[in-house]
Write a protein of this length. Sequence first.
Lengths: 277, 290, 340
Amino acid sequence: MDNVYKPELMEVINVLQHTADVKSVRIRFWDPAATEKFSFRVGQFGMFSAFGSGESTFNICSSSTWKDYIEFCFRKTGKVTEILWQLDEGDTIGFRGPYGNGYPMEAWEGRDLIFIAGGIAMPPIRCAIWYALENRDKYGNITIVYGARTVGDLVFTGELEQWATHDRVRVVQCVDPGGETPEWEHEIGLIPHVIERANIPAENAIALVVGPPIMIRFTLPVLDKMGIGPQDIYSSLENRMKCGIGKCGRCNCGPVYVCKEGPVFSLEQIRNLPNDY
Amino acid sequence: MIDQLRQTCRKLLEDGTVNVVIGYGHSGGGRNPAGQSTPDGPVHPVFITRPEDVDTLVWNDRCFANLTVYLTRKEIKALGKPAIIVKGCDERALVVLEQESQIDRSAMYVIGMACDGVGDPHALKCAVCDVHRPRTADIVIGETAADAGNPEARYADLDAFLTKTPAERMAYWTEELARCVKCYACRQVCPLCYCERCIVDKNRPVAIDTSATLKGNFAWQIVRAFHLAGRCIGCDECTRACPAGINLRLLNQTLARAAEEHFTYRAGMDPETPPIIGSYSQTDEEDFIL
Amino acid sequence: MSDVISRQQLLELVDAWIAQDKRAIGPVAVGEDLHLFMSMSDSGQLAMEGYIRPQNSIKEFFFPRHEKIYRYHFKGHNIELEDVEPPATEQLIIGARPCDAAALPILDHVFNWDFKDEFYNQRRNATTVITLACATFDDNCFCTSVGLSPAAEQGSDALLLSIGDDGYEVRCLTDKGKALFEDKTQSSEKTGEVIDGPEKKFDPEPIGDFVRNNFENPVWQEIALRCLGCGVCTYSCPTCHCFDIVDEGTASGGARVKNWDSCQFAMFTQHASGHNPRANQIHRQRQRLLHKFGIYPEKFGAILCTGCGNCMRNCPVELGVLNSVEILREAATRNTGEGK
């Protein structure tokens, strides 16, 4: 019987700690045949199992072009993530997916890309960044604006340095005023202000903004002033999920099921959503 | 009685003594052309904020709900200072809620309704009721002809049940609790189940399975009964609300009787008597471990 | 001319079914005023008539209130998953009402939306539904307002219509129905009674429009104030299907289970971060009505309600869909009345 609720078993091959409460984990299918069959689109998510505790929803934060493994990133917050925090190489977890709609990377070809992430929201964007870099010719200028409250809250900092070395890629890192360390060489300020100061060319741009609601709320007017229309601004929403496949009735915002018709939405679509998230 | 009730409420709202009256009213079906509720149609809780709406208030033998449950709900607290209509049984909950610091008795106006019984035929609790006339209300409306309930009969159905052997009792509860669907109606209608996060909703660790299995159902019902030990006031709303017809009354009576037998205590009867679980006295009898 | 079966023969049919180790489900009297659909050990328990309808629904025989979806075992570092098959037992549901049976084709949509829930589908395939047309109704019934009627056939394998004298006309609607009643009926001049049912109390289309376009309307507070968030409406509803997935086990292993859940519970949409998009009973009541009359019809072309009235009968504070819709309708008329 085909059980849509049953996960694949995954082996943990690497765990990386980014901050005091954030880790990313690299996993691969125990079953090589599953690795063969598996593919996903960047922006899709999965349900990750800590058997005995439950499942959690995370974006797949690795690029879809990396065939042998996938990665997810999480903050230690609740019952399941507490168990995931204990993971070591060789441990087994479960994975169901990929679910959701993914970023429209094909539709974005030929455009400049502006990636804006706040804090723990870098992982959902990281996959798109790597995808764009691996398909460099298809995209225009790439600007990455990434900020967190303090230096200690930034994740994937090693990769940020790497990205800045790529062709026509500009990386702007920032921390909130007061969050800097004496060695901090990058921007200081709230993300919306940093974006304004950065003078990013926007005539042909797509913006992908992921972060806490308050950050998004103050970033949108800045993008609007830059002339980027709501059909060119995208975000990835999150909502409490259990089944991930549109049945348990939990994650809908009005008529839209975040697990099926999302989690990626354009601002135009988000504005049509009722205040249910 | 109804006229006096509506008058009283109108005045309370008009002169700003209260912001909302929590009482009983009808759905649209039972209205006369003048917009007044008529004595047919189902009765349900209403929240009246405008003096002109007091004519929707009713009082009859279908005023089942224990309205005190609303006093701890945030959506209702947001409406402002309440006047609340209580029967004698409901009123006991007010006493317990205040003893447990969940309500400020001085911050509400209590309208007691003398009550001969609800339901047709009367509910089981009515035949043994000794609080037909509310005792601590700010105003009591109506007189009651009912005699004080027969204390001897208070636990009559429990006594009858206890003549069964333990094996028979277990079989009975197994059959009853197999029907529980974990809807938590029993918890939601209970004025004393006001925990912001109920033990069954906690998952670190999971103390009670949420599943509607025998294990999960037994755990839930027994724990809830114990959490109400010495606090349950016997309004039987849980029994009425249960969609599976489970005899929760019997379960709660067991512990209520234990409180009465061992501590001469009945929840909500006397504001001056300290609650048994919430207090300690050197003269407590100790023929068992609490 | 019609096919009829006597009550006695019907009971024999049920007993024969049970004798084959198959499951027979029907309304059973539980206490004085309560009938619930339950598994029967013999046909003597069957109490099909003499009241409006059972106060639960038949959905639990396709979508159980608790079921294991697989087991997991801890073996050192490793984990083994063990499949769980839904029971293959054939089921006979006898004495369902049209508002019960019609819920099944409605639920088929969501349980097969891109991903097929085989736990549900296998049970659907293994079940024969024999519906009893209603001979009576009460104020809580509103099947006629949502496109159904006391003798509606959707979802049924056969329909029984009373011909008085302890007998029923049998209308077989599917192969399963025909297989069950083959050679069990006699021809008769009598035909079964079909009543008109309750008068239509509202038109669902404008209600759908209203709920879709009035997310922030204060009418939701009017509806929700007395709601205690108890979940009885959702659990006794033939079409409500929200569920939870949790792990239950010990240090050596356990099972992942699927349990009924309710959008009316405060914790239903609570995030681990503490944020709750539906923190208020008002939001939760709005979600239920929006789902039933707005979202589900938009997605699947079917109203997520069969007008059975269980929510009304079971609600401890006399809320329920019909009462709520009447409040919505008043609000909708007020809206259009104001110079539209």
